[in-house]
Design a protein around this ligand. Structure first.
Ligand SMILES: [Zn+2]
Length: 357
């Protein structure tokens, strides 16, 4: 039995003991969890009990954005050692599946993803995970940053899918956590300027504090007019990332792409969205979709370690594990000034990187 933050059913969270799988396979590592970020999906399961076809039918441990310290390694593991500080890619694909063999393991239908029913998440002091999906953190990268590699990987994957080129001008619609991660990844990938749109000024203020990101409040200002002023009337951005999932944002994002530019779908709308195919054809824009990420964790860690990306301003508050339920209540309240809420389990025996670091 282990203590964990358990979603008993929709709207009911409890910190309690639960039986979790703990067998260590030859290619697995055991990790003492230090920090876990709360994701929009965790909150969605808490508030709604389901995301699309994934329905919480029995108690499930939440959390999938985690960093910690390796405490035990399987007999065949050669890439990691006890004491390594690491972060984990939370989706475990079937390595023999056709998508995995094609390198697109993120779309393997058999993927087992932390805190996606019926798979337990990682808000518990110790987890077992494949070494192949566990990544060492450089000494100067904190556990808090390590716990943000997961959402940042979505941004990095989106820029890879875009085929972003040096000097590109970009638009991100939606200044939620993922929108900001996409904007930061685009800058790190060489974008000259990134516009970001939202209707919540508090979110835009956080995004706009980064050099190179220009916020646009679309409640009062048309994105198109700002982009005309920068890119020339009738032209547009090289790459637009739709990261809001708001049905009304798709036409706007499309209208802001230059002829021959790229539109990347990152946000997930709740239902079908009407889309002007002919307008896209008339500009021959390329369209790409994003589902989580694949093969970018090392790149995401490298960008953080290099100092090209500073994610720490995005940690709004850190809660101790004992207050994990309160942390989720705060997340569910969706205060516009909150980007990332963290829960720390403060792995014992790691004083060097304990506390705020
Ligand atoms: Zn996440």
């Amino acid at each position: 039995m282990a203590q964990a933050l358990v979603l008993e059913q929709r709207g009911e969270l409890r910190l309690r003991d639960i039986a979790l799988p703990s067998a260590l396979g030859p290619r697995d590592v055991r990790i003492a969890i230090h920090t876990v970020g709360i994701c929009g999906s965790d909150v969605h399961y808490y508030v709604h009990g389901a995301i699309g076809p994934f329905v919480v039918r029995e108690p499930m441990v939440l959390g999938h954005e985690a960093a910690g310290t390796v405490t035990e390694i399987g007999s065949d593991v050669t890439t990691l050692n006890i004491g390594d500080r690491v972060c984990m890619e939370p989706g475990i694909p079937d390595p023999d599946s056709r998508p995995s063999r094609l390198g697109i393991y993120n779309v393997d239908p058999a993927v087992r993803f932390w805190a996606t029913p019926p798979v337990h998440g990682c808000l518990t002091p110790s987890v077992v995970h494949p070494a192949a999906l566990t990544f060492r953190l450089p000494d100067h990268v904190s556990f808090a940053e390590g716990a943000m590699v997961e959402p940042f990987a979505v941004g990095v994957h989106a820029t890879v899918r875009a085929g972003l080129r040096p000097g590109d001008v970009c638009l991100v619609s939606g200044a939620g956590p993922i929108g900001i991660m996409v904007a930061l990844a685009a800058l790190a990938a060489g974008a000259a300027q990134v516009f970001i749109t939202d209707i919540a000024q508090a979110k835009l203020d956080i995004a706009g504090a980064y050099h190179g990101i220009t916020p646009i409040n679309v409640r009062t200002t048309q994105a198109r007019s700002v982009i005309d002023a920068t890119c020339g009337a009738g032209w547009g951005v090289d790459v637009a990332f739709e990261a809001s999932g708001f049905p009304g944002a798709y036409d706007d994002a499309l209208s802001c792409v230059r002829p021959g530019g790229v539109l990347v779908f990152v946000g997930m709308p709740a239902g079908k969205v009407p889309f002007d195919i002919v307008a896209a054809q008339a500009k021959e824009i390329r369209m790409e979709t994003v589902f989580r990420y694949a093969n970018v964790y090392d790149r995401a860690i490298g960008l953080i370690a290099s100092g090209k990306v500073d994610l720490m301003p995005l940690v709004s508050e850190t809660f101790p594990f004992a207050h994990a339920v309160a942390a989720f209540e705060r997340a569910a309240a969706q205060q516009p000034g909150d980007v990332k809420l963290h829960i720390t389990l403060q792995a014992p025996g790691d004083r060097k990187h304990g506390g705020a670091f």
